[in-house]
Structure formats: structure tokens, C-alpha cells
Ligand binder design. Structure first.
Ligand code: FES
Ligand code: FES
Length: 164
């Protein structure tokens, strides 16, 4: 048994962990009900489980929840501003950058993290940054265009990375 305290989408969460081997993605989905973070491969290859931890994109199937004790976690459920979608979500919608949508939460989170890291909205740089995110529907063209648009909009709005 271990007590952990973390911030999830801006809310303080305290939880008793009975099993130290619980992954962050399983904690988010099963304990928090945040099922927008998907499990694809469960072996750190597909990126479907990407979330932000202290603002950095990580594969939450490959991290134990006890490892994020004291940290800030942001999932796809926590990026919109009320009813207003995050600029990266808006760009995915405008570009129709999804097919089945299974990879989309991870792609959006990785897109946001790339923008916050200062990656330029250049297709080659975006493709390189997405090397750990797979789309089984292979809709990469729209995804790259959407991330570039989302990055530009985030730059325009400024200060959208604070607190993520
Ligand atoms: S489910 Fe985590 S990388 Fe595939
Ligand atoms: S849209 Fe289907 S896996 Fe990417």
C-alpha cells in the first residue's frame, strides 16, 4: 500500500495504491475514468497512451503511477477550455485528421508537446517528432497538416503551455 498525491488535469488527486506495478495509463483509465487515453500496444511503441507529465509527452503504458507521485499529469480530457476545444483539437477537426480516431488523443497530446518544446511547424520536423506515434489507419498527411496548424495557432495565442 502506498499513498500518492498528484495533479491530474488541474485537480489534486490523492490515492492509495495497493499494487506498485499499476501503470499510469491503467490508473488514469480504471481509477480516474479518463478513458480518452488509449492502450494500443502496451509496449511503448504506438503512442496511443501519450499524456503530458510536467508538460512533457510520455507513453503512459510505460510508466508506473507511483513514478508520477508529486507530478502534474495532463490528459486529452484536460486540454479544452470548457466547451472551447484546444487549438490542436480544433486543427484536427478542421483538417479531418482522423479516421478511426484510436491514435488521435495521443497524436493531439504529442502535437501539443511539440509546440511547447518549440518545434517549428515544418512537416519534416513534425514527422520526425511523431516517430513514436503510430496511426494504424495511416492518415499521416492530415495529422501532419493539423499539427502544423495547431502549432501556428498556439504560437499566435501565446502562453498556452503554462501549467500543462
Ligand atoms: S499503448 Fe503505450 S505506446 Fe502503445
Ligand atoms: S485514425 Fe485510426 S489509428 Fe489513427
Amino acid at each position: 500500500m502506498r499513498q500518492i498525491a498528484l495533479e491530474v488535469n488541474g485537480a489534486r488527486v490523492m490515492h492509495t495504491i495497493a499494487d506498485n506495478s499499476v501503470t499510469l495509463v491503467n490508473f488514469l483509465r480504471e481509477q480516474m475514468g479518463l478513458t480518452g487515453t488509449h492502450v494500443g500496444c502496451d509496449t511503448a511503441q504506438c503512442g496511443a497512451c501519450t499524456v503530458l507529465v510536467d508538460g512533457k509527452a510520455i507513453k503512459s503504458c510505460n510508466v508506473l503511477v507511483v513514478q508520477v507521485d508529486g507530478k502534474r499529469v495532463r490528459t486529452i480530457e484536460g486540454v479544452a477550455d470548457g466547451e472551447t476545444l484546444h487549438p490542436m483539437q480544433q486543427a484536427f477537426s478542421a483538417r479531418h485528421a482522423l479516421q478511426c480516431g484510436f491514435c488521435t488523443p495521443g497524436m493531439v497530446m504529442r502535437g501539443i508537446s511539440m509546440a511547447c518544446e518549440g518545434t517549428p511547424p515544418d512537416p519534416e520536423r513534425i514527422r520526425s517528432g511523431l516517430c513514436g506515434n503510430l496511426c494504424r489507419c495511416t492518415g499521416y498527411e492530415g495529422i501532419v497538416l493539423a499539427i502544423a496548424d495547431g502549432m501556428r495557432e498556439m504560437q499566435k495565442q501565446g502562453d498556452v503551455c503554462a501549467g500543462l
